[in-house]
Design a protein around this ligand. Structure first.
Ligand SMILES: [Mn+2]
Length: 350
């Protein structure tokens, strides 16, 4: 029995709002579903498991209709899905009574239910969210019957507000696979076996690294799992170590070859190190290089405290340095010292 497992597609999400590439990112999130279905088609899997948060928010009826049409065109795969905390089944949700195609099973019950596929000798268990938070550990101690069938569990959550459980808690519970959802970072627990596939497209600048889905095969003896990349872009950190020679243009010269080499990457630019006290880096110019989602400027003005203190032994600057330089490991004191010195400096220059 072969399957494709995905979760947390968050259809309808718009990443990087305000950036020039935001609409492109939104389109990539939207197209992750047809791309996953195409992968399922090419691999001719038997089951597609969707472990919650298919939609970013409450889906509209027409969205379910589009989705259902795509599902209905699959030549082989059957689809099993549950609702997560984002697309939970509210009282007015079209999920309530949607007439799904024959090959689609929506495990919509708020308590554990299952669907059996006789030709695959496989039973898939799961429950759906009917509210955005479930603090009860609803899946603790759940066990698969030992009846010779292949049992699979769909489980969305794993933190305090969303059905607290630990993947390791499912070890020895008799499931041949636990298809997890909710955590956007992909994680495979081969020994259980279980996996969070992660969202197929990164949804946020903190979703660093590649994104994709899980394909698996369950044979009499074992469950084989593979994580397959799918995402069109990748968020990554880009650290630039500065020294006193750095200007905005020098930073641009440093990062441009890297941006060019990885056009599919979007970066959080982190500047760290000393800088010329007279220089402040121009964020607008840096962002204009493109592919920069965020700038963290952790550079510190390179004051020569000893020399300054010596040259200003009898004035305010010297007094200020001496009073604040006692504990420079404290980042707040250090900041206060630097900001104060910058202010005193500019006052002196005037
Ligand atoms: Mn979730």
């Amino acid at each position: 029995m072969r399957f494709l497992h995905t979760a947390d597609l968050h259809l309808g999400a718009v990443p990087d709002i305000g950036k020039p590439w935001s609409s492109q990112r939104a389109a990539a999130v939207q197209s992750s579903l047809p791309r996953l279905l195409q992968a399922a088609e090419e691999r001719q899997v038997d089951l597609i498991l969707i472990a919650g948060d298919l939609f970013h928010r409450q889906p509209l009826r027409r969205e379910l209709k589009e989705l259902n049409y795509r599902f209905s065109k699959l030549s082989r795969a059957r689809v099993v899905l549950i609702a997560g905390n984002h697309d939970y089944i509210s009282e007015s949700s079209p999920y309530q009574d949607y007439p799904w195609a024959e090959n689609v099973t929506f495990l919509s019950s708020p308590s554990l239910a299952s669907a059996y596929f006789a030709d695959l000798e496989t039973e898939v268990h799961g429950l759906s969210y009917h509210r955005p938070e479930i603090r009860e550990p609803l899946l603790n101690g759940v066990k698969a019957p030992s009846d010779g069938r292949i049992h699979i569990l769909l489980a969305h959550g794993g933190d305090a507000q969303h059905i607290p459980f630990r993947p390791s808690g499912f070890a020895g519970a008799g499931f041949r696979y636990v298809a997890l959802g909710h955590i956007h970072q992909p994680q495979v627990f081969q020994e259980i076996p279980a996996a969070y596939p992660g969202s197929p497209e990164p949804l946020d600048r903190t979703d660093t690294g590649p994104r994709g889905y899980i394909v698996g095969e369950i044979t009499q003896k074992k469950t084989r799992l593979d994580w397959v990349p799918l995402s069109t872009v990748q968020y990554a950190d880009l650290k630039v170590q500065t020294d006193e020679s750095f200007t905005t243009a020098k930073i641009l010269d440093t990062i441009r070859p890297i941006l060019k080499q990885h056009p599919q990457f979007l970066y959080r630019l982190c500047l760290a190190g000393p800088r010329d006290p007279e220089i402040t880096f121009d964020r607008d110019l840096l962002e204009a290089a493109g592919q920069i989602v965020e700038i963290q400027d952790r550079t510190e003005p390179a004051f020569d405290l000893e020399a300054l203190s010596r040259d200003h032994a009898n004035d305010l600057i010297g007094y200020y340095i001496r009073s604040l330089s006692a504990d420079l490991d404290d980042p707040i004191r250090r900041k206060a010292l630097y900001y104060g010195l910058l202010a005193l400096h500019s006052a002196e220059n005037r």
